[in-house]
Design a protein around this ligand. Structure first.
Ligand code: ZN
Length: 88
């Protein structure tokens, strides 16, 4: 028990990485607009570092053609932020 779940989870991760890679290559043009550092903490981003490419998060704002880059820690923080203030 459990090993199948693990296998599935691994597969999903692989698929996600594949999709991310695809999305990344489709956005090569936008990739050039990458600021080269985390938008939250200004940590430098190394596009030749696979670890960075797979764990950092790129947010593309197509309306404004803005690209913002977040390191995993900062992305987690922004993900926690409510997009709209919950009614208090
Ligand atoms: Zn950061």
């Amino acid at each position: 028990m459990g090993s199948l779940e693990r296998k599935l989870a691994r597969r999903q991760t692989k698929d996600a990485q594949k999709q991310l890679k695809k999305a990344m290559s489709q956005r090569v043009g936008l990739f050039n607009l990458l600021p080269g550092y985390c938008f939250g903490c200004y940590k430098p981003f190394d596009k030749k570092d696979r670890q960075h490419v797979f764990t950092w998060n790129v947010r593309v704002y197509e309306e404004t053609e803005e690209v913002k880059l977040y390191c995993p820690a900062c992305y987690e923080r922004t993900a926690e932020l409510p997009t709209e203030r919950a009614s208090e």
